[in-house]
Design a binder for this molecule. Sequence first.
Ligand SMILES: [Zn+2]
Length: 345
Amino acid sequence: MQLPREVIVGKGVLARIPEVMQRLGLKGSALIVTGQKSCEIAGTRVKQLLEANDIAVDIIQVDTATIKDVTAIEERIKQRKPNVLFGVGGGTKIDAAKLSSAAKGTPYISVPTTLSHDGIASPLASVKGLGKPYSVMVQAPLAIIADTEAIAQAPWRSVISGCGDVIAKLTAVKDWQLAQSDKNEYYGEYAASLALMSARLVMRNAEFIEPGNEEGPHILLEALISCGVAMSIAGSSRPCSGSEHMFSHALDQISGSKAMHGEQCGVGTILAAYLQGANWRRIRNTLKQIKAPTNASDMGVKDKDVVKALEVAAKIRPERYTILHKLNLKRDACERAARNTGVIK
Ligand SMILES: [Zn+2]
């Protein structure tokens, strides 16, 4: 089990990076993986802070997290042999840093600049070109340094997406429980509780999730970190990713949807909860309250693509048993579920 050794959250905490480096016994050199915007928001500052503490810093900018980007970072690690990698940015930058550092046996520190999904703290990465539409286990961050001042500069929509990704744990955990009772799969009570607690925390505090309110993003940040830790404890994404995630991945493949990962997962959670016989209305109401998408048109996708995504979602991960695998729904049943929950008209 790999867990982060330092988690620092708050206003202006980037300034504490040198202190964290010292405690972790890291010195010499560092490589920062970042994007253009995240470099402006936090990357340059991280570089200055490290250099002021006699650490040689190299920066590599990536726009995406494809296998090509990861290979380019791995090349740089081979040349420069940094003692630590920093992933500074949103999902893609952190995923690229996570995967390449793991491949080269270098520790990595997560410095998120958005809250769009739980990858900021998890040991999993999603990279295009690996042949898998979902995340794979790589390594947990050695430290997470989440500066709420930097995060506040990200578009508000990323907060909504992050909430959707956390609320998704309600159905993910139910799917896990189902796999235990139907398939005798290992079920980790502690990891499951941690994921559930995060989802309930966000549900309970939905009223604070509004632009201009600092409390909402802070609650979300802590929930996302707990989700990351839940996956580290479970040794897989099981506590955080079930049928609702498969729906989201299927939608990516079918529709070329422009909705964010967590937004799609939120809609997937409504559908999965309906199929599980859980309180899907409460989930939909909470998503509505935070102004997250709750139907196909909110996501900018066609109704028929939503139905198709639900129909093929189980095939995304045949080995991960969920309510979709149990029910094995035909097209008309998928359509009925989507219509009854108001996901399609
Ligand atoms: Zn997710």
